[in-house]
Write a protein of this length. Structure first.
Length: 131
């Protein structure tokens, strides 16, 4: 089985435009509340994958505050952080979302669109602000 690397081989573009969040000039950086409401809850929880009581790798996106705290902690295997504030190249969340075609890629069976990935990259690169 493939293991999830700690970091991407190449840093992703964080100078992208997050049109999904109303940013048309590249200046608006999304918060976790934005990313949770517009992406993680509808794409990861509503689809029935990352929901309580027994979510994959212990990561549920049912509740904003609980999922934010979980993302800032070590992954379920204890091999690395789920998210590294300020570093859009490293952390399990960004690696799984940015990598397609692996058994551990997320979301399973698909890939998020560029605007959505941009918003997540910018959120992380900006220090992963909660609000």
């Amino acid at each position: 089985m493939d293991t999830v690397p700690a970091c991407l081989g190449v840093a992703p573009d964080v100078a992208c435009t997050t049109a999904l969040y109303g940013d048309h000039d590249g200046k608006l950086a999304p918060t976790y509340a934005d990313v949770f409401t517009n992406t993680l809850k509808p794409e990861c929880a509503t689809m029935g994958c990352h929901t309580a009581p027994d979510p994959p790798n212990g990561l549920a996106f049912d509740d904003e505050a609980t999922s934010y705290a979980a993302l800032l902690s070590m992954n379920a295997a204890g091999t690395g952080p789920r998210l590294v504030p300020g570093d859009a190249k490293c952390g399990e969340l960004v690696v799984r979302l940015e990598t397609a075609g692996k058994s551990w890629s997320m979301p399973q069976g698909g890939h998020l669109d560029d605007a959505t990935l941009c918003a997540i990259r910018r959120f992380i690169a900006d220090g992963a602000p909660q609000k």
